[in-house]
Design a protein around this ligand. Structure first.
Ligand SMILES: O=C(O)CCC(=O)C(=O)O
Ligand SMILES: [Fe+2]
Length: 209
C-alpha cells in the first residue's frame, strides 16, 4: 500500500529547513522576523488588552511552592492562550505555529501532537533563573518556543536577555520584537536575565502525548 504522504503535495520550505538544520546541529535556532511587524503589533495589542482585563496570573514553578521561593526563581506573570477561542491576532499566530509543527512532523517524524502557549510579562526587576523547561514534571515537552512582542524601540540596555547554556559556552539573545527562539526543551538550560523595562513575549511548547 502506498504511504498517505505520497498523495500530499510537499514543497520544501527553506526557513523551516534552516530551523531543522540548526536544531540538529546545536539544539537551538534563532529566527529574526519570524513574525512580521504587523503581527507582533497585533499580538502585543491582544496581550495588553488581556492585561487590562486583569486576567494574568503569577507563573508557577511546580505544585505547592510558596510565594517566597517562587519569586526567587521567576517573576513573570502569564496567561495561557486557548486556541479554540483565539482572536484574529492569535489565529495568525497559531497558523504559523501549526504550519511549522506539521512540517516538523512530516520531515523529522517528531510526533508532536500537543502544544501549549502562554503570554508572559516580565515586570521591571523580574527574571527567570537558570532552568530546564521539563522541570515542571513535563517530559512531554520536546521543543520550547519563545516569541518576543516588545516595542520596536526595545534596546539591549533594557535587560531581559535570554541566555542559553550550551555544552561549550553560552549564547545571549536579546528579546527584539518578531524574533523567535526554538530549542530542545529536555536538553538546554536557560535563564532570563533581570529586566528593567516590562518585557513581553509568548512562550510555548510543542509536545508529544
Ligand atoms: O522568555 C524567554 O526568553 C524564556 C522564557 C522561559 O524560559 C520559560 O518561560 O520557560
Ligand atoms: Fe524556560
Amino acid at each position: 500500500m502506498n504511504s498517505l504522504f505520497e498523495f500530499i503535495p510537499f514543497t520544501e520550505n527553506p526557513l523551516y529547513e534552516n530551523i531543522i538544520a540548526d536544531l540538529t546541529k546545536k539544539q537551538y535556532s534563532i529566527v529574526d522576523g519570524f513574525f512580521t511587524k504587523d503581527e507582533v503589533e497585533a499580538l502585543r495589542k491582544s496581550l495588553s488588552q488581556k492585561y487590562e482585563e486583569d486576567i494574568f496570573k503569577k507563573s508557577a514553578i511546580g505544585n505547592r511552592t510558596n510565594e517566597v521561593i517562587r519569586a526567587k526563581v521567576r517573576g513573570d506573570i502569564i496567561l495561557w492562550i486557548d486556541e479554540d477561542k483565539a482572536n484574529s491576532a492569535e489565529v495568525l499566530f497559531f497558523n504559523k505555529i501549526n504550519d511549522l509543527k506539521d512540517y516538523l512532523n512530516r520531515t523529522c517524524f517528531l510526533g508532536i501532537n500537543q502544544k501549549e502557549f502562554h503570554y508572559a510579562i516580565y515586570p521591571e526587576g523580574t527574571f527567570y533563573k537558570r532552568h530546564l523547561d521539563t522541570f515542571q514534571n513535563d517530559d512531554r515537552r520536546k521543543l520550547s518556543f519563545v516569541c518576543y512582542l516588545n516595542e520596536e524601540s526595545w534596546k539591549p540596555e533594557n535587560g531581559g536577555e535570554l541566555v542559553l547554556y550550551l555544552e561549550h559556552g553560552e549564547e545571549t539573545i536579546y528579546p527584539f520584537p518578531g524574533k523567535v527562539v526554538i530549542f530542545e526543551s529536555q536538553v538546554l538550560e536557560h535563564e532570563v536575565k533581570p529586566v528593567n523595562t516590562p518585557r513581553l513575549s509568548i512562550t510555548g511548547w510543542l509536545k508529544t502525548r
